[in-house]
Structure formats: C-alpha cells, structure tokens
Design a binder for this molecule. Structure first.
Ligand code: HEC
Ligand code: CU
Length: 339
C-alpha cells in the first residue's frame, strides 16, 4: 500500500515539475521568438484560428469527461467494502449516443481542417516567385524573375503574396517562419510549394525545423518585410554588380579574396569569384547578420568568422583558412563595403 502511494506521489511531483518547466518555456517565448499564435499573415491567421477552434472543442470534452468522472467517483464510491455493486450489462442508448457524439465532433474538426487547408494551399495569382534552397547550415534565396541571389534574409514587400519553391542542396531541411504560417520540408531533388504573405512590416524569425546535422540549431533565417518602395530600392541595389573596392585596405582585401580559396566557394558578381558552395557575397554588407543569423553583421564579427568559422558554428562547411590578422582586416574592409 505504502509503495503504491509513494509511486503516485512521485508521479504527481513529476507532473508538477513538468508543468513548471513547460510554463517557463512558454513564458520564454518573447515577442522576438517565433510564435504560431501571433500570426501576421492571412494564412498564419487561418491556421491559428483552426488551432483555437480545435482547442476549444477538446477543452470542452476534457471538462465534461472529468466532471462526469469526479461525479461518479464521489457519488458512487464504495461505502461498504463488502457489498457487491448492482450488476449491469451495457446500455445501448448510452453507447450509441457517445459514439455518435464523438464521431460528429471529429467530423466537424475534419471539415474545419479541410476548409483551412483548401483556403491556404494555393498561392494567389501574381505572387512573387522565390526559390528557397536549404544548405548545411544556411538558407539560399533566389528571386528568378528579379535576378537576385541572397542568403539567410528573405526580403519581401508588405501585403504581397510570395510563392516559395522549397528544396535542398544536401540533406533534408525544413523551412519555417511561424508567424507567417506554414512549414515546408526542403528535400534534395524535389520542389515543394509554400506561399506566404506578411501584413505588417518588420522582421520575422525562422528556423530550420528538421534535424539536419550538427549545426541544425544554428540554421536560422529572417524575413524582412518592407514597404513597396523600400523593396524596389532593395531590388535595384541587389541587382547591381558588386561595388569596386573604394579604399586601399579594401583593394588589398579584394586581392586576398581573389587569390585564396574563397573564389572556389563564393560568388561576387562582376568579379572572377563564381563559387557556388557558400552564400553569394555580392551584397553581403547589406545583410544584418552573417552565418545564418548567428552573428550580427559587424566588422568585429566578420573578423571572428573569417578567423575560425567552425569555432563559431560547429561543423561549418567553411573551413578555417589560416588567414593572418592583416589579411582578415583587409577582407573585412572589402566585404563590409559590399552593400
Ligand atoms: C570550402 C568552401 C569555402 C571556402 C574556401 C570559403 N568559404 Fe566562406 N562560406 C562557406 C560556407 C559553406 C558558408 C556558410 C556557412 C554557414 O553559415 O553555415 C560561408 C560563409 C561565409 C561568410 C558569411 C556569409 C553570410 O552571409 O552568412 C563570409 C563573409 C565568408 N564565407 C567569406 C569567406 C572568405 C573571405 C573566404 C576566403 C578567405 C571564404 N569565405 C572561403 C564556404 C567557404
Ligand atoms: Cu536543420
């Protein structure tokens, strides 16, 4: 008897601890963290509404079942341990009714889910196409109709639908920006369709959502939602070839870049560097972060990255290249100037 009691108490404490941890985790979801329940897109809103609807039905079922259970436990508890309770053999009306009610509830949930899927699966006409390519451990974004290739920061105009074809270069990744709704597997050799639209300007955070190797957790992304005119300016700037190095130090950085292995892995439009292994660096200076959201794009962080990438991002496919401090300073001057 004592043993069973201890077991139950252990479970109760375990459950309480679990709830505290869950609560702390949820409380940690600040405005900056991805949150599916703070949608800013028509699609995200439809999905969040469906979630609340299903939660309401299941909460209702939970309350009714628990109330009946408590009622039965108290009302029909054994008062005389030796007495034998009245023997009954099923109740057809009850069984038919609870089977029917459950089936109806599930049918309603099915219909609502179907409706949401139908309403959100096809991109509206006139959507801007973007190809999303997952790489270990960063995101490539190509705008085929605009002739732009960039990385880790998807820039889109507010209120306009974007049609994403999602694929991967190496292993399976998953593209997910919770506030904009939807999550899509990025599978090598396949193109999956996802669309999104943001109704409010701002920055929305995303994260690879499929374990893809050692730096999976460091594979973040941002969606920068800007006004139409700002988007036009961004497009113009991104389409321009890379700027010429403007200072002697940047000129020296250019020389280092073109004489090292960098050219085999990175593209800088308008220069001999045409590598395709790593992010396109033509306008790397215009991005707010480097290394898939891991570091703010500052000269200090660029220098740290160039000195030893795997120390910052475990497993990074950009190796440590043994650059001297002088070479790093020159490269930082050049790369930061690539706005
Ligand atoms: C073997 C291929 C390879 C070589 C050589 C290489 N890189 Fe990289 N580089 C990468 C990869 C892959 C990434 C993406 C790393 C990540 O975020 O996981 C990257 C990322 C970067 C970034 C950050 C870009 C961004 O937008 O996040 C910079 C800057 C950079 N490399 C500069 C250089 C320079 C300068 C050299 C030469 C000194 C160089 N790389 C050599 C593969 C390479
Ligand atoms: Cu991943």
């Amino acid at each position: 008897m004592a043993r069973t009691g201890d077991g139950i108490r252990g479970w109760t404490w375990g459950g309480a601890a679990g709830l505290v941890i869950l609560g702390a985790g949820l409380a940690g979801c600040s405005a900056q963290s991805p949150a599916i329940l703070a949608p800013v897109s028509p699609k995200g809103r439809a999905e969040a509404e469906l979630f609340w609807f299903i939660l309401a039905i299941t909460a209702f079922v939970f309350v009714v079942v628990e109330a009946l259970l408590l009622y039965a436990v108290i009302r029909f508890r054994a008062r005389d341990p030796r007495a034998i309770p009245p023997q009954i053999h099923g109740n057809r009306a009850l069984e038919v009714s609870w089977t029917t009610v459950t089936a109806l509830g599930l049918a309603v949930i099915f219909a609502m889910t179907w409706r949401t899927m139908a309403a959100t699966s096809t991109p509206p006409a006139g959507a801007i196409p973007v190809k999303v390519i997952g790489h270990q451990w960063w995101w490539e974004f190509q705008y085929p109709t605009l002739g732009i290739t960039t990385a880790n920061e998807l820039v889109i105009p507010v209120g306009r639908p974007i049609r994403l074809t999602v694929t991967a270069a190496d292993v399976i990744h998953s593209f997910w920006v919770p506030q904009l709704g939807g999550k899509m597997d990025a599978i090598p050799g396949r193109e999956n369709l996802l669309w999104l639209q943001a109704d409010v300007e701002g920055i929305y955070y995303g994260q690879c959502a499929e374990l893809c190797g050692v730096s999976h957790a460091n594979m973040r992304l941002r969606v920068r939602v800007v006004s139409d005119s700002e988007f036009q300016r961004w497009v113009e700037a991104q389409r321009a070839p890379a700027v010429q190095p403007g200072t002697p130090l940047a000129q020296q950085g250019y020389q280092v870049f073109m004489s090292k292995a960098c050219v085999g892995c990175h593209t800088i439009d308008g220069t001999p560097a045409q590598g395709k292994v790593g992010p396109n660096l033509t306008h790397v200076g215009s991005r707010t972060t480097i290394a898939a959201g891991l570091l703010e794009n500052t000269p200090e962080n660029l220098a740290r990255w160039l000195d030893n990438p795997p120390a910052i991002k475990p497993g990074s496919l950009m190796p440590r290249l043994g650059l001297t401090p002088e070479e790093i300073q020159a490269l930082v001057a050049y790369l930061s100037s690539l706005k």
